[in-house]
Design a protein around this ligand. Structure first.
Ligand code: PMP
Length: 386
């Protein structure tokens, strides 16, 4: 409901929603609409046409572990990782496609849970952790796995640790904190792309999750992928998706393949001057600009604090780059404000409370990925709060 209030009217000239200065600004979800401007510019280079007779079969590649993976999507995933060098994606990895990386997160829990009939395995992550982890883990009250909270206070040898880096909500770069032989880890690398953080190493973990939602901004396409080292684990993840949705939309996979291919083309020296649309350059420029606006607004207001800026050498851009998280982890320092989300809601700014991430409600998570007009109103409004 609130989402629609901020975007009720459409501009006749641009076809985009218009936001009035007194609108409710909804920065609760990480809806990646900041990237729309880039894809408008890219135009036909990222367009596909699907004739009525195509993509009708359930099956895509029956000889492959992931039998519903469209081969072209798998190729473009590996090509993009080769281009960015953010994760190893050679033949030693299986690609498993999912309806968003959310489905693959569930598939990974299923695949890594012990097959015996013992107690559910503990699922942990360092706080503040992505609010969907506890919600998705427990909503069906599975007998296989159960949410067990902050990894730092976990005692035991058997667990599945979720490692999100850069982390949602606070942008921190993270490693696993638990180290037991019997423990398993799932690396959620949704934000390990050059617009958000310097690429400092080629990740090569057992299970790595990615999504077009955050890499290219195509959240509505609902496509994610997992890079999985172990064939048996990849098979079990595939089985989960088979039982859950009998595969993943081929139309969406074809669209995602085209979009990923347009991104790689932008950096492919061999493809000529036609493709000079560079997503990560656009994305980094935007994020740098937005973080500067936000830090200036917090300073002007005087009642908010933000995480310190960190930076590092980015092997992709071959320069020093700042960490520009997709979310701001904002703390309200005013003594009398114990519920920062409630305080901001009173000023028509919707955010997600720290309490949903296993943290202090003096913190909120604010999306940095909305459209320019809404973001501009947000920072202006924030600067005026005393
Ligand atoms: N992991 C993290 C850390 C995320 O922030 C999100 C999206 N908010 C997801 C996974 C889920 O992405 P998808 O849209 O692919 O389901």
């Amino acid at each position: 409901v609130t989402k629609d209030r901020a975007s009720a009217a459409m501009s006749p000239s641009t076809g985009k929603p218009t936001v009035r200065t007194d609108s409710v600004i909804n920065l609760d979800h990480g809806d990646p609409t900041v990237f729309e401007a880039f894809w408008r510019e890219t135009g036909a280079l990222a367009e596909i046409v699907i004739p009525g007779w195509q993509t009708m079969s359930y099956f895509s590649d029956v000889g492959n572990v992931c039998w519903f993976l469209e081969p072209e999507f798998g190729r473009q995933v590996r090509r993009l990782h080769r281009t960015v060098r953010n994760a190893a994606a050679g033949d030693e990895y299986h690609v498993v496609v999912g309806t968003g990386s959310t489905q693959l997160f569930m598939a990974a829990l299923y695949a890594l849970s012990p097959s015996g009939s013992g107690d559910p395995i503990s699922i942990v992550s360092t706080a503040p952790y992505y609010s969907s982890y506890p919600a998705v883990t427990d909503f069906l009250r599975s007998g296989l796995f159960r949410w067990a909270g902050d990894a730092n206070s976990f005692k035991g040898d058997e667990y599945i640790e979720l490692v999100c880096s850069p982390n949602n909500p606070d942008g921190a770069l993270r490693d696993a904190v638990l180290r037991s032989e019997a423990g398993k880890t799932v690396h959620d690398l949704a934000y390990y792309w050059p617009q958000y953080t310097p690429i400092t190493a080629e990740a090569a973990h057992d299970i790595m999750l990615f999504t077009v939602s955050k890499s290219t901004g195509h959240a509505g396409t609902r496509i994610g992928w997992a890079l999985v080292k172990d064939r048996e684990v990849a098979k079990r993840m595939t089985k989960f998706v088979e039982l859950n949705t009998i595969g993943v939309s081929k139309d969406s996979q074809m669209r995602a393949a085209k979009v990923l291919s347009a991104v790689s083309d932008g950096y492919d020296m061999g493809s000529g001057s036609r493709h000079r649309h560079r997503l990560f350059d656009f994305g980094r420029r935007k994020m740098v600009e937005r973080w500067a606006m936000l830090r200036a607004a917090a300073a002007a207001s005087g009642i908010f604090s933000l995480p310190e800026e960190t930076s590092g050498h980015c092997s992709f851009s071959n320069d020093t780059a700042a960490n520009n998280p997709a979310f701001a982890w904002l703390r309200c320092d005013r003594e009398d404000v114990e519920d920062c989300a409630g305080f901001l809601r009173g000023h028509k700014i919707l955010t997600r409370s720290g309490s949903q991430f296993g943290a202090d409600p003096r913190y909120v998570r604010v999306s940095m990925l909305d459209r320019d007009d809404a973001y501009g109103i947000f920072v202006t409004r924030l600067a005026s709060l005393k």
